[in-house]
Every structure is written in C-alpha cells, then in structure tokens.
Design a protein around this ligand. Structure first.
Ligand code: SAH
Ligand code: SF4
Ligand code: F3S
Length: 482
C-alpha cells in the first residue's frame, strides 16, 4: 500500500501516523495513482477519495484505460485526462472534491486540451447535474459503468461531454485484472462483492453503489492465487458487508457463502495472510468465527461497526440489531476466538435526536467492548437517504463535535492501554513497508492488525519476522526482531 498523499480533517480519523491505511472504510485519505512508463501516447492522472473500494476501482479503471493507450502519470500538469474517483459519504468529502475541481480548472486553463472526468460515488449521486454546475467537467461515470470508459472517451475526444451513471445488478468486473499501482507488492485488496442492500438510514452507499452482488468465487480464487504466485503475502477481501457474500454457479451446481469463501482463500497457501472487511453485526455468523479459528493464516481481527451504543438510535439508523444483539456477537467472538482477536468499530456521534444519555450509551459500549481501534465521525446528513427524508438533523454542530471529541479521547485511551499490554510480547509481523520516519526500520502488522515498527537489519518487505515489543504509543508498537 502506498503512503497517504494528503490527510484531511483531523476529526474524521483517529491519530494513527504509522497505520498503513484503513483497510475498509472511509478514510480521509487521497491517493494519487503512481506513474507507469510503457511508452503509451496519452497520460492519465487519477486521484482517488474515500474508501478502499474506490482505491480498488481506480486500479480497474487504470487497467481498462491502459488497454486504450493511456499510461498513468502522477504529475497533474502533464496529464491529458484527469479523473477524480470521488466519495459522497459525508458532506466534507464532497466539498473536498469541489475544491479540487477548482484547482484543476486552473491547470486546464494552462493546458486547454486537458480532459476532466468525475468517477465514483459523487458522480453517481449528482449525475449530469455535474455537467450543468461544473463547467470544467467533461465526463461523469458511475461505479458500475467503467467498462464504457473507452466509448465515453471517444465521445469527449469528439468534443462532446459524456455521462454514464447506469447502475448494474450484475457488474463485478470479475474478469478485469486490476493494475496494482499503489501496492507495496506484499498486500493487496480483492473486491468480492459490490453494492449494498442494507438501508442504514444515514448512508448514501446503497444509492451510489447500487444493489448488492457477489463476485464469481472462482475469479476471486484465481486472483488470490495469481497474487501469491507473484509474491504477495496478504489479501484483504473487500465488501460493504462481506458476511452476506453469496455466490451461486449459473447452473446452480455450486453455492459459496462467506465462511466457505474465506476457507478456500485461506487454503491457497499457509504463507498467505487473509483479512476481510467489513462485517455487519447482523450478519456475521458463528461459522465465520469457527473458520477463523481453524486457520492460523486468517488474521484475528474483525471490523464490526456498531455506529451507536443505544438501541433507540440503532433502530432510527435502521441497523436492524440492538445493543443486546451487538453485545452477544462480541461475546461470541471472545468465546470462539479468545481475547486475542482484535475488534474495531465505526461510531457516529450526534445522529438525529440523539440525547446526552444516548451518547453516554455509545461511550459505555466502548468501555464494555474496549475496542482495539475505532473510526469515528459526526453525523452528516446526506440528501436522499432515509434519515434526510424522515428525521430532523437536530443535534447542533457544536454538540456533535463535542461528542465526537469525547469518543475520540476515550478511544485514544483504550488504544493506548491495549498497546501497553502488548509490550513484552512476541508477535509474527509481516513486513510491509519502510517506516515513514526511517529507512532503517520496517513497518508491518501482526495478525491483530497492530502496527509494529522494528529495525530492518537484513529483513526485507514480505518477510515474516518474530518481533518482541519493547514500547508502545496509542497507534504504534516498537520492537526488535528475535
Ligand atoms: N459498510 C460499512 C460502512 C461503510 S461507510 C458498514 O456497514 O459498516 C463507513 C462508515 O462511515 C460507516 O460505518 C459510518 O460510521 C460512516 N458514515 C456513513 N454515513 C455517514 C454519515 N451520513 N455521516 C457520518 N458518518 C457516516
Ligand atoms: Fe451503508 Fe449500512 Fe450498507 Fe454499510 S451496511 S454501506 S453503513 S447502508
Ligand atoms: Fe466508499 Fe465513499 Fe462511496 S466511502 S462506497 S467512496 S461514498
């Protein structure tokens, strides 16, 4: 994985300076696709916002456009085609893209032939409205329409502006091999499904990404096997709700659920680490937990977003579970996998009508679970969602922000205590990158997803190294190879 290029909005993320990017979720990260130099005539610049799913899609887009005669460039001023792969999850994410479009406009003025396109969730949400509002945008393409890019580019080359935001019930890009431009050559992401059928009332994803569909299990296994053959040591299976993965062969002869898929990927090689995200608390099965237990190479880390610790708020959020159900899932994880399985969450502060007492419930759930990691946000109303249509966004911004700061502070405490407990222990770490601060140190993660930094010695990226932890902070562990 590459290093983040820019980090925005400190309130959007826990401080985690050495964390090798959030696996799953909306990060406040922006990625620029690195350059390829294969002598192709035109230059494509892609900047990606939002979640890992978008970063994965940019690899698919690069692959499609590579076949159309585009090399990628990381120099915006040098680009013939500039694409922003956008996120709509919170208002702030959209504002960032709008500001960026203004900056790009000034480049375009200097290079009049430059074409500008908007991809991803914001393209899907705003559709042709983009062309009306933003005069510099030539191309608007939604997440299910990337195969149509060659045709759309021909249209804009011919001087027209082009839009395709059709959502699909089938598209999974199963047969397109992503070009892994942002990869460290050690860990890769594999999309196993697209879209989402849950209608969490705050969430725009079902509108921007369409219906849930699972990718052909054989194409997933092929992709993972190919990655292993080219030296990769870790794959993360990606979906908005991986536990509802369900694939059936066209002739009905084969059915694969998530627990079965996980096992099949784990069996490819014992030297391949397998991670997955995101798990929805209503769907994660005991079967998945037992599969994790059976295979040492399935990492003991579950991202299980609670969103709130209060059952009335959970009902308003349409999460379809209550606090008791959530707690029972956590107990089951601990029963089957023990305390060594890390659990993380997403939390939203200041959702519609949330009272101080209900906010306290989120804090006491955090106290009860003692999460290893949390991504925390204040509620941002999204047009068209159930909450925007039916509920008043009535918690004042200052209150949302104060509550958010309280849960961030609490989590910092929990993360720091959790990390202190790791001091004196030995972990198997997969070396993923140089440490950001020193080329003499390597950075990697243990099975529980804790980031561990250690002196490089003669180790290299991709090695499994046993590391004794000698000190810790809230975000990172430091140690020495033993
Ligand atoms: N599919 C994942 C979440 C994807 S979005 C899941 O169900 O857990 C990632 C996170 O962004 C969510 O878990 C939620 O915490 C946050 N989020 C989504 N919509 C939001 C909104 N309108 N305001 C604030 N945070 C939001
Ligand atoms: Fe959004 Fe809910 Fe789907 Fe997650 S499960 S993407 S929060 S609608
Ligand atoms: Fe991801 Fe943002 Fe879309 S979080 S699914 S890019 S709205």
């Amino acid at each position: 994985m590459s290093q983040p290029i820019l980090t925005l909005d400190f309130l959007d993320q826990p401080a985690a300076p050495e964390t090798p990017a959030a696996d799953h979720a909306p990060s406040a990260e922006i990625r620029v696709t690195p350059a390829t130099r294969t002598g192709r005539e035109r230059k494509l610049y892609i900047e990606s916002y939002g979640c890992q799913m978008n970063f994965s899609d940019s690899e698919i887009v690069s692959s499609i456009l590579f076949s159309e005669g585009f090399d990628t460039t990381d120099d915006l001023a040098n680009a013939d085609l500039v694409l922003l792969n956008t996120c709509s999850i919170r208002e702030k994410a959209e504002q960032t893209v709008r500001m960026r479009l203004k900056q790009i406009n000034s480049h375009k003025k200097r290079k009049p032939g430059m074409l500008v396109g908007v991809l991803g969730c914001m393209a899907e949400r705003l559709k042709s409205q983009f062309l009306e509002e933003d005069k510099i945008v030539d191309l608007v393409v939604g997440p299910d329409a990337y195969r149509d890019l060659p045709r759309l580019i021909q249209e804009i080359d011919g001087g027209q502006r082009a839009v395709n935001v059709l959502l699909s019930r089938e598209e999974t890009y199963a047969d397109i091999t992503p070009v892994r431009l942002n990869s460290n050559g050690v860990s890769a992401f594999i999309s196993i499904m697209r879209g989402c059928d849950n209608m969490c009332s705050f969430c725009v994803v079902p509108f921007t990404r369409g219906r849930e569909r699972s990718r052909d299990a054989h194409s997933i296994l092929r992709e993972a096997t190919d990655l292993v053959a080219t030296g990769y040591k870790e794959v993360t299976l990606l979906g908005q709700n991986v536990d509802s993965y369900k694939w059936m062969a066209a002739d009905g002869s084969e059915h694969v659920n998530f627990a079965q898929l996980l096992e099949k990927v784990a069996l490819i090689s014992p030297a391949l680490r397998v991670r997955f995200a995101t798990s929805h608390p209503k769907d994660i099965t005991d079967d998945v937990l037992h599969t994790m237990k059976r295979h040492d190479n399935i990492c003991k880390y579950i991202h299980l977003p609670a969103q709130s610790g209060n059952s009335r708020i959970l009902a308003l959020m349409n999460r379809t579970y209550d606090r008791a159900w959530y707690e029972q899932r956590v107990l089951k994880i601990r029963e089957i996998l023990g305390d060594d399985c890390a659990i993380s969450t997403d939390m939203i502060s200041g959702f519609c009508s949330e009272t101080e007492a209900e906010h306290e419930d989120t804090k006491n759930l955090m106290e009860w679970v003692r999460y290893d990691l949390a991504y925390m946000f204040f509620y941002s109303e999204r047009p068209g969602t159930l909450a925007a249509r039916k509920l008043a966004d009535d918690v004042p911004l200052e209150v949302k922000k104060r509550r958010l700061q309280e849960i961030i502070d609490l989590q910092q405490l929990h993360s720091a205590t959790r990390n202190e407990k790791s001091v004196g222990r030995v972990y198997e770490v997969l070396a993923e990158n140089f440490s950001k601060r020193s080329k003499e140190h390597l950075s990697g993660r243990n099975s529980q997803n804790q980031v561990i930094i250690f002196p490089k010695q003669s180790f290299k990226k991709g090695d499994y190294v046993k590391v004794l932890v000698h000190s810790s902070s809230a975000s990172t562990l430091l140690g020495d190879a033993v």
